[in-house]
Design a protein around this ligand. Sequence first.
Ligand SMILES: O=C(O)CCC(=O)C(=O)O
Length: 319
Amino acid sequence: MSLAASPLRKLTQEELDAYKKDGVIMVKGLIEPNWLEMIALGIDEALNNASLYGRYVSHKVEGYNMDSYLWKRSDYIRDLIYYSPFAHWAQQLMASEEVRFFYDQMFVKEPGVDAPTPWHQDLSFWPIKGHQMCSFWVPLDPVTQDSSGLQYVKGSHMWSERYRPVAPGNIGGIDSDLPAPPDVHANIDNYDHACWDMEPGDVTIFHPLTLHGSSGNKNRKQKRRALALRWLGEDVVHAPDMSPVPIPYKHDNTPGSPVAGPLFPRILPSHIPSERAQRAKGIESLLTIDTAKTMAKSAMTSAKSFLRNGQAGEHKETW
Ligand SMILES: O=C(O)CCC(=O)C(=O)O
């Protein structure tokens, strides 16, 4: 049976319709304080004990911290994944009987830290294919556009264009022939742009093809912590040819097979006891050679670009 708590309220038909049309919705007061507290404790743990991957992706800017797969190391985040109602909302949005947890990603920007998140589509980073996918972005601190609230281009999940993965420091943007994402701010009037003022408890939910990004944190007093939770439905298959960025940890999925197994645990309609049991194993030992190679290649690309242009990464945006 499912361990996930039933939500106090389901998403309304209006919210589901808006998600389908815009590829993003903001829902006020959806997340109860106990889940926020668990996220805060999990983020504290990750900040005090970053993974190798986290240290690599965060090292370029002091006061910017990104990390992922927190749920593998933090019992708070593991419990959030299994016991919170997120999976039920994901089930509604994806219209999928089966809901698997894909991964979590933490983004922390200390007060005044100029670390914009470039405009991107998440799917460019994911070696998977299918339709039933969604992300929840959960801020723990009040956010506005200036304090690095996440910004979206509404309807962009329906564009035919796919963009190359561009992350802070250009990680992963190395092996792709796809065009760079557009500089949305340079031509903001051309886009149906959305950014909401949010309080803790509010959440944005978005499709992985929806173009999004955020400025640095211009608030000099308030830090900005957020956790993204990513979910998959039953139509999603492993597709390594879809992204130059490999899944960073060991898994048993083969190209074309449904994404499954202990790295992507099933939460609905019921959990799988053997997947839960696997969670106890450490994570650093699971880092794959492919990921280590991608990190090394991306470091080389950034270094070369730095020597050529005087800055890391070739991708420029107006923030
Ligand atoms: O919090 C941010 O700045 C980035 C979040 C993001 O890009 C995501 O959750 O996909």
